[in-house]
Design a protein around this ligand. Structure first.
Ligand SMILES: [Zn+2]
Length: 383
C-alpha cells in the first residue's frame, strides 16, 4: 500500500465541538521495521509540524520506488486539543486548559507496570519471542486504557499507533535553542548517529525517569520489565528507540529548516534499514553525548527582567557572567542587577523565551563534560 491517511474521531468534549486525529501510513500494516513519527504533542511547537509536513513527499517518493521496508506512520498534528488553545491572540499548546492544566507531555501511562502485573511469568530465554510477546502485551495494555475523555481518547489513539514501533520520534522544539536530542543512555550509539544526521549541537543521555513522558511511555517498558524480572539485556533488548528531537526554538519555523530536518531524518531511516536506498556518509558529530548530570538548568535567582550577556550557541566557561536579572521596580533599576553565572564550562544551547522571570524559573541550559553534583539523579525536564 502506498500513502494512506485516516482521521480518527475523538469524543465530543462539549456539545457542538468535534475533533479528530489524522495520521498517515506508508508501507504495510503490521510489518517491521515500524517507524512512528509525531509532531506537536506540545501543540505550539510548530518547527516539528513543518518538519513532519516535509517528510510527506519524501515518504511518498520512497513508497513509489518501493523503498518502504516495513511500516511508517506520521502524525503531523498529534495534539488537536492543544492546537485549539488560544488566549488573547497567543497560542498556548504546552499545558492543557482543561483537566487541571497539566503539561501535555507528562502523565502518560506506565505501560511497563501494566505488562508486568498481567504477564509476569511469560517471558522466556528467546529474545525474539520475548520481543513479540512484549509488543503483543503492550498493544493489549493500550487496548485496555480508558477512552472516556477527549484527552484519554487522544492518548490512546496515539499509543495505538506508536506502541509497537521499533523507532518512535517525538518531534518538539525548545523556547530559543539549537537543535538537540535526548534519549535513553542505552541507545547512546543510535542517538549519537541521529545527532550526526540532524546536526545536533547537544545530545543528552537519560536514565529511565518516572515523569510519564511520551518517549518514556513507548521506550521505557522494555527497561522496566527487564529490570523487574532480572532479565539479561540480550533477552529483553531495548527494542524501541524513542528519542525526543528538539527542533531548535519556537520561532525557527521555515521551509528551509523543515526540508533539511526531514531529509536528515530520512537519511537516518535509510541508514537504519527502515527505508531502502543509499544514505550519504554520516556527517561528523558536532558534539559528544552528554549525561543529564552534565546538562545544567540554571534557575532565575530573583524576579525581574532578564538581560542576557550571551546568546544561544555560546561556549561559556565555568563562572562566566551570562545574564543579569534586573529589578525594574527599584529606585535605581539599572543598578539593581542580580548576576547569573554559568556553573560549568559548556555550550549554552537553550534560553527561555520571555524576558520577565520569576524566582526558580529555568533561564537557560548548558551542556558540558562536568558531572555536576546538583544534577546527579536529576531529570531533563522543563515544567
Ligand atoms: Zn515540547
Amino acid at each position: 500500500m502506498s500513502h494512506f491517511t485516516k482521521a480518527v474521531p475523538l469524543p465530543l468534549t462539549s456539545p457542538g465541538t468535534k475533533r479528530h486525529l489524522t495520521f498517515h501510513r506508508w508501507g504495510t500494516l503490521g510489518t517491521s521495521p515500524k517507524v512512528y513519527i509525531q509532531a506537536a504533542l506540545h501543540a505550539d511547537e510548530l518547527p516539528a509540524v513543518m518538519t513532519a509536513c516535509h517528510l510527506i513527499p519524501l515518504f511518498d517518493a520512497a513508497a513509489r520506488e518501493g523503498q518502504i521496508v516495513g511500516e511508517i506512520i506520521l502524525v503531523t498534528n498529534a495534539n488537536p486539543v492543544g492546537m485549539a488553545q488560544s488566549l488573547n491572540t497567543h497560542h498556548l499548546g504546552r499545558h492543557a486548559f482543561a483537566d487541571g492544566g497539566g503539561n501535555f507531555n507528562r502523565g502518560w501511562p506506565d505501560l511497563g507496570a501494566i505488562v508486568l502485573e498481567r504477564f509476569r511469568g511469560s517471558f522466556g530465554d528467546n529474545a525474539q519471542q520475548n520481543i513479540v510477546l512484549m509488543r503483543t502485551e503492550l498493544r493489549n495494555a493500550v487496548v485496555a486504557l480508558p477512552e472516556t475523555s477527549e484527552w484519554q481518547a487522544l492518548q490512546k489513539a496515539l499509543l495505538t499507533l506508536s506502541i509497537d514501533a521499533d523507532i518512535v520520534f517525538d518531534l518538539h522544539c525548545d523556547f530559543q535553542a539549537e537543535l538537540h536530542l535526548f534519549a535513553h543512555v542505552e541507545h547512546k550509539d543510535m542517538v549519537s548517529d541521529l545527532g550526526c544526521d540532524m546536526g545536533a549541537s547537544v545530545v543528552i543521555l537519560e536514565q529511565s525517569i518516572a515523569a510519564g513522558l511520551f518517549d518514556e511511555c513507548n521506550g521505557g517498558p522494555w527497561f522496566k520489565v527487564r529490570k523487574a524480572l532480572k532479565l539479561a539485556a540480550d533477552l529483553m533488548p531495548a527494542a524501541c528507540f524513542a528519542p525526543t528531537i528538539e527542533l531548535r526554538g519556537r520561532s525557527d519555523v521555515s521551509d528551509q529548516f523543515g526540508a533539511r530536518d526531514a531529509a536528515n531524518i530520512m537519511n537516518f531511516l535509510r541508514r537504519n534499514g527502515a527505508v531502502l536506498g543509499e544514505a550519504p556518509p554520516l556527517p561528523a558529530a558536532r558534539c559528544e553525548a552528554t549525561a543529564v548530570s552534565g546538562c545544567d538548568m540554571i534557575p532565575a535567582p530573583v524576579a525581574g527582567m532578564v538581560a542576557w550577556h550571551v546568546g544561544v550557541g555560546t561556549q561559556v566557561v565555568d563562572g562566566e557572567h551570562i545574564a543579569d536579572v534586573i529589578d525594574f521596580d527599584s529606585p535605581e533599576p539599572l543598578l539593581a542587577r542580580t548576576p547569573v553565572f554559568a556553573r560549568q564550562s559548556g555550550r549554552l544551547f537553550s534560553q527561555r523565551l520571555g524576558h520577565l522571570t520569576r524566582p526558580g524559573e529555568i533561564l537557560c541550559q548548558i551542556a558540558g563534560k562536568t558531572s555536576l553534583v546538583h544534577r546527579q539523579n536529576a531529570q531533563f525536564l522543563n515544567p
